[in-house]
Ligand binder design. Structure first.
Ligand code: CA
Length: 297
């Protein structure tokens, strides 16, 4: 640990046990300069060896569960180590991948619960990693938070279209990133335990038990599959759902058909419930996402 702290102190230019806010502000400026040199990263020093501190449970609400495994994919060693440090302080287990290729290998071998993915990486960039993760059935739902620089805002949008669950813009505060990680885990936890019999989305309302859907209090008649598809989308707002994921969830693993079936049913849902035309977003070459910001009532 000392090696990392020394390195962090060297990066930050101040002792590691100074108040957190100072760290955040300083990291902010460190990141700013890193961002400016994002395209000339080759001269950066080798990453500092640091023993993983598994199972540290300083973080309050993660202590009761087994630690989450997070893969940080970042080619700037200083940023990677700081992010690792803050996440470990919060009780997570953290691995670092320094390139897209290494990330893809580690996703297979380490099976992380979440990836923090830098956009600008040598050779295979963050967008390619994201695409690959989403289009592989095993990892289609693996949560991804993308790290991008301000100047890459158009890429950020591409990243979200390609299936990142959230993104954080560099320069960022590590504490804010940890908060985003926790928020995403909370959201996913809610999704997996979600048994709500009533689902609402703006003026749309679904009673799962009585199989009724209303839009602005008027009944909408849906087929069983349209109903199942809408229910799945309503239970996973903001998540990129690939056609395979939707097909398995609604039609079942033994369904003998093509993923185009999903497109046909999405089209029908949009025809029957016009507000979904905007709210269900097509994710290029992957699938669909129900916007997590429902249209105003
Ligand atoms: Ca980078």
């Amino acid at each position: 640990m000392r090696g990392f702290i020394d390195a962090a102190e060297a990066v930050l230019g101040l002792p590691i046990d100074c108040p957190l806010q100072t760290h955040d502000q300083t990291l902010h400026s460190v990141n700013k300069s890193v961002t400016q040199t994002e395209y000339h990263t080759k001269e950066l020093t080798d990453h500092v060896a640091c023993q993983p501190v598994y199972g540290m449970t300083n973080g309050a609400d993660m202590s009761s569960q087994s630690p989450k495994k997070i893969l940080v994919v970042e080619d700037e060693p200083e940023i990677a180590q700081l992010v690792k440090h803050y996440l470990e302080k919060d009780g997570s287990r953290v691995d670092i991948a320094k390139s897209g290729a290494e990330a893809l290998k580690m996703i297979k071998s380490e099976r992380p619960d979440l990836i923090i993915l830098d956009l600008m990486l040598p050779e295979i960039d963050g967008i390619e990693v994201c695409k690959k993760v989403r289009s592989t059935p095993d990892t289609a739902l693996l949560p991804i938070i993308m790290l991008t620089a301000k100047a890459e805002e158009s890429d950020t949008i591409v990243g979200l279209e390609l299936g990142a669950d959230d993104y954080v813009t560099k320069p960022f505060s590590p504490k804010a990133l940890v908060a985003r990680v926790k928020a995403l885990f909370r959201r996913l936890e809610r999704e997996t335990t979600d048994k709500r019999p009533h689902l609402t989305y703006s003026l749309l309302s679904m009673n799962v038990e009585s199989h009724e859907v209303t839009l602005n209090e008027k009944e909408v008649v849906l087929t069983a599959k349209e109903f199942g598809l809408l229910e799945y989308l309503l239970r996973h707002p903001g998540r990129v759902l690939t056609r395979d994921v939707l097909l398995n969830a609604v039609w079942g693993y033994d369904y003998f058909g093509t993923t185009r079936t999903v497109d046909v049913h999405i089209r029908r849902l949009k025809l029957k419930i016009p507000m979904l035309d905007q709210a269900i977003i097509s994710v290029k070459s992957l699938g669909y996402k129900l916007s997590d910001q429902p249209p105003a009532k």
